[in-house]
Ligand binder design. Structure first.
Ligand SMILES: [Zn+2]
Length: 255
């Protein structure tokens, strides 16, 4: 990790912390489902180039597909997660069946800027996808997991699902306007994650998210060996692996 890089983190002020508790209760789009086998969705955010070799190729080997949330403004840049994907990486991932989801253009905290600016930044990203020849995204992930009830309801008409970063498996029901996602990060919670996958109930949808996948990852990433351990746990549990968009379709069909 490059120690000199300043990394944005959402405000920890009291009003912001209260808002973060209330927003999940507002502007919801609840889907109820009934699965006889759990679904696991892998998602990769932003997205670092190390994901191509250490994430996508490992999933491809099992014929599993992921969702990659792209902020086009980050493509080809270098940040604390290392080198970011190029446009070619994104197009190749799409061609090989991975879902390319929206993540805003400039990867800004959408809850901290005026609503119109937030919508414009999302639109700029949508236009960049079109320039790359990509189809419209079916799902979207809030940068830093931060959102507002107004954004949730506005974006609901544009996307089948909106992913946040509240952790925990969704059992029998999910809010498609703020889909839970559990960190696939190195560190002390990693063992808990493996246990959670191994003991996932049948009627559950678990989405995972991470960033860089490399030796000595950032605190928001993991190692290639950890991805291997997760893949083994998913196989041992017999879960179905689907992109976020395909999982939503399956949930709706099961309800
Ligand atoms: Zn992100």
């Amino acid at each position: 990790m490059m120690a000199s890089v300043t990394v944005y983190e959402p405000s920890k002020s009291l009003p912001k912390r209260i808002a973060r508790r209330l927003t999940p209760l507002r502007g919801r789009r609840i889907v109820r489902f009934n699965l006889d086998r759990p679904i696991i969705s892998f998602s990769f955010d932003d997205c670092p180039k190390s994901v191509v070799e250490n994430g996508l190729s490992k999933l491809d080997a099992h014929n599993w597909k992921s969702t990659i949330y792209i902020s086009s403004g980050l493509l080809g840049t270098i940040n604390h997660h290392g080198e970011q994907m190029s446009k070619t990486d994104v197009i190749t991932a799409h061609t090989s069946g991975h879902e390319i989801g929206g993540h805003s253009y400039s990867h800004i905290d959408l809850s901290e800027i005026p609503f119109s600016e937030a919508m414009q930044d999302i639109e700029t990203n949508r236009a960049a996808f079109e320039d790359m020849g990509l189809p419209p995204s079916r799902t979207f992930a809030y940068p830093f997991g931060q959102t507002l009830s107004r954004l949730k309801t506005q974006l609901a008409s544009d996307y089948d699902g909106l992913r946040g970063i509240s952790s925990g498996a969704m059992v029998g029901r999910a809010d498609l306007n703020q889909i839970n996602s559990t960190p696939l990060f190195s560190g002390e919670d990693f063992k808990t994650l493996i246990k959670q996958i191994e003991t996932l109930p049948d009627n559950a949808w678990l989405t995972l998210f991470t960033h860089d996948i490399q030796n000595s990852p950032t605190q928001w990433g993991c190692t290639p060996e950890e991805i291997d351990a997760v893949i083994s746990a998913v196989k041992a549990r017999g879960a179905e692996v689907l992109t976020i968009a395909d999982a939503i379709q399956k949930l709706k069909a099961s309800s």
